[in-house]
Design a protein around this ligand. Structure first.
Ligand SMILES: NC(=O)c1ccc[n+]([C@@H]2O[C@H](COP(=O)([O-])OP(=O)(O)OC[C@H]3O[C@@H](n4cnc5c(N)ncnc54)[C@H](OP(=O)(O)O)[C@@H]3O)[C@@H](O)[C@H]2O)c1
Length: 282
């Protein structure tokens, strides 16, 4: 693995390749997985491979993903950082509903604590409203609640998810932010300027859907680069993110041990200048 990244305002040494646990729930991130033992095996292998950053939420399943993480990994290694997110709930029809009243945020923190088996949460992202991307609304009130939860010792560090640059700036007037988790990958590059701004501030940028999410990335440039490097297109997509900026932490999601190993091995790929340029032009 490459050199870890420690966000400003924290002492957490994140390995650059982490693991996103959303794929461990059932189809459409709802209910239990088909094979719970396989999900447990993926998490244990992640730790064996040196991953020290797991991204989750209690609204995956709901509850299911956190319960599987607890079953697989509790008691947790000291160097493992579990990052969770609050601000949404699942409706009975599996829909994703904003849930950011003070009481809903507080309840969500307690749900995460209970289901993960923890007495504090290392990093909690406020998942801001908007299912198709940031809606630009004020997040000040939600952050004030999170700050109270931090002062009570239930949260150690605060991060943001699904936010634009103005929302990041608004948040930073209220509290320190250690990470921003937004939709970004080779083919979805709206955050290029934000990544550079955060890098200058020493704040981690954690792209969600690094491999394209529910529609995996496909491109001729990716296929060609993968063939030339004797790697897979997904490995090249991850290597591109890792080389894009030192503050990027990747959290590819997978329900497969084989894919997990491939994703971790992407950390050793080096893309030369010409390959980077061809990919950046996608
Ligand atoms: N903040 C937010 O709003 C938000 C939204 C979405 C996701 N997230 C977080 O971001 C994490 C990553 O996103 P994601 O899991 O949705 O999308 P992703 O990592 O872009 O892609 C996951 C998909 O890629 C496949 N895959 C993974 N590794 C592969 C490989 N080596 N070769 C081929 N296919 C591979 C997986 O299938 P297999 O299971 O078959 O490997 C799965 O279908 C999530 O786990 C979650 O923690 C956050």
């Amino acid at each position: 693995m490459s050199t870890p990244f420690t966000p400003a305002n924290s002492a957490i040494a994140f390995n650059r390749i982490g693991y996103g646990a959303m794929q461990l729930a059932g189809p459409h991130v709802w209910g239990p997985p088909k094979d719970r033992a396989a999900a447990v095996a993926v998490l244990r292998e992640a730790i064996e491979l040196g991953i020290n950053h797991i991204d989750t939420s209690d609204f995956y399943g709901p509850h299911v993903t956190n319960q599987i993480i607890r079953e697989a990994l509790h008691p947790y290694r000291d160097d493992l950082t579990i990052v969770t997110k609050i601000g949404f709930l699942r409706g009975a029809d599996a829909s994703w509903q904003p849930a950011a009243s003070p009481q809903q945020l507080r309840d969500a923190v307690h749900d995460n604590l209970r289901n993960l088996g923890l007495d504090h949460l290392d990093v909690v992202n406020l998942r801001a409203p908007g299912l198709e991307g940031p809606d630009g609304s004020s997040i000040a009130e939600s952050l004030a609640t999170m700050l109270r939860l931090k002062e009570e010792g239930l949260i150690r560090h605060i991060g943001l998810s699904n936010v634009d640059a103005q929302q990041v700036a608004e948040a930073q007037r209220i509290t320190d932010i250690v990470c921003v988790q937004n939709h970004y990958n080779l083919a979805h590059r709206g955050d290029d300027a934000l990544i550079d701004t955060l890098a200058a501030q020493g704040i981690a940028y954690v792209p969600f859907f690094p491999l394209g999410g529910f529609s995996p990335l496909q491109s001729d440039a990716l296929t060609q680069a993968a063939a030339a490097l004797e790697a897979t297109p997904m490995q090249v997509a991850l290597a591109w993110l890792l080389q894009r900026s030192p503050n990027i932490l990747v959290i590819p999601g997978t329900s497969s041990v084989a894919h997990l190993r491939e994703n971790v091995a992407a950390g050793t790929l080096r893309l030369d200048v010409a390959t980077l340029a061809a990919l950046t032009a996608i």
